[in-house]
Design a protein around this ligand. Structure first.
Ligand SMILES: O=C(O)CCC(=O)C(=O)O
Ligand SMILES: [Fe+2]
Length: 143
């Protein structure tokens, strides 16, 4: 949660807004967190297997802890690019809601996970904000 607060402060400042701006919008960026723990078993024939479905995250931000087994890819400039494991780091993804709020200044990128011969691969995704409490709110770009 502390990391999320810091990230939202940094994103606000990057937008030339007060550091508490995103937090104070009361959209649930900080206090509505959900986590998904993923377990991808080793696959004896990855070339015959489909990857996870390509998607963008429906959150404001996603913080991802991945292990040393490669597999995560982002779609960048019409190509799939590997997100290599770097020890003691976290991957931060912009989600759809932050893209909407920032009028596409920050992009919610498509990503997927490939099957691997070696494994298992384990990752933990922490989603900041979700769309449920927003159902009754109209969300649009910050003025
Ligand atoms: O396992 C990963 O590296 C990515 C998981 C993911 O994209 C998600 O949970 O939305
Ligand atoms: Fe994702």
């Amino acid at each position: 949660m502390k990391l999320g607060i810091t990230l939202f402060e940094l994103f606000s400042e990057t937008l030339n807004l007060h550091s508490n701006y995103l937090r104070d919008m009361e959209l649930g960026c900080i206090d509505r967190i959900s986590c998904a723990a993923h377990y991808y078993p080793a696959c004896p024939e990855p070339e015959l297997t489909m990857e996870t479905i390509k998607h963008s995250d429906a959150s404001f931000l996603t913080v991802l802890l991945q292990d040393h087994i490669d597999g995560l890819q982002i779609f960048h400039k019409d190509k799939w690019v590997n997100v290599r494991f770097v020890p003691e780091t976290l991957v931060v993804n912009v989600g759809d809601l932050l893209q909407i709020l920032t009028n596409d200044r920050f992009k919610s990128i498509y990503h997927r996970v490939l099957s691997n011969l070696i494994g298992p691969r384990i990752s933990i995704a922490c989603f900041f904000g979700n769309s449920v409490p927003l159902a009754s709110k109209l969300l649009g770009p910050i003025k």
